[in-house]
Design a protein. Structure first.
Length: 133
């Protein structure tokens, strides 16, 4: 627990390498959703599509978090797994049908490879928001 708290502090301070190291060490002791989520966030920031591995481990505890679902949907699109992205979109619609991220994901699902490189990540605490240029 202390390792995770320390890692999140590193992450919020912009020291992703130290945060990643602490989080990976914490997973050797005990598997936690928060560690998997933040590792996924760091890997997203690095444009590392392996982030999906950690997001899928965190999914059971974050499946009601629209921002998490959006990130997961974008990762699926990055892998060109549109059927899974559509499932995530359905979950998002159930949670918040008028959310702007729902309409964004609906549009991108039409032709994900066209939009993947236009997605810009911007830090917000230890979560991520997507913006389109």
């Amino acid at each position: 627990e202390n390792q995770i708290r320390e890692a999140i502090g590193y992450y919020k301070a912009g020291n992703d390498d130290a945060a990643l190291d602490k989080l990976l060490n914490s997973l050797e002791i005990k598997e936690t959703s928060i560690a998997n989520r933040v590792i996924g966030d760091i890997l997203i920031k690095r444009n590392d599509k392996n982030a999906i591995i950690y997001y899928l481990k965190a999914y059971p505890d974050y499946k009601k978090d629209i921002n998490f679902l959006f990130d997961l949907g974008i990762l699926y699109l990055g892998y060109k797994v549109t059927d899974k992205a559509l499932e995530i979109l359905g979950e998002m619609k159930q949670l918040d049908p008028v959310n702007k991220k729902v309409s964004f994901l609906e549009k991108k699902n039409i032709n994900p490879e066209k939009y993947w490189n236009k997605i810009i990540l911007r830090s917000k605490g230890y979560g991520w928001k997507y913006m389109v240029q």
